[in-house]
Write a protein that binds this ligand. Sequence first.
Ligand SMILES: [Zn+2]
Ligand SMILES: [Zn+2]
Length: 103
Amino acid sequence: MFSKNNESFTCINCGKKVEEHPTSSRDHCNHCLVGLHVDIDPGDRLNECKGILEPIGLKTVNNKEQIVYKCLKCSKTLFCVTAPDDNREKVVELAQLRWEDSL
Ligand SMILES: [Zn+2]
Ligand SMILES: [Zn+2]
């Protein structure tokens, strides 16, 4: 999984199958939104960390929704643009988390 930029994979968190991204590269599970810390720059898959990225919030940049992630291994905070087929209920839940307050 995650060996190519855009590949279907099985989520390590919820165990569901994640299909290829329709237009871009898939960087998180569209069911539970959990990701893996595999990129240094988005899509490059060069990061050796490979920790679990826990979604902790949502922010909007240039009208694009970005999920705010915290890596459970290296504690870095990073951002991933939401996919069109992301679980909307989860995205809405994230939007209600006041993550900025806890940074
Ligand atoms: Zn998942
Ligand atoms: Zn990490």
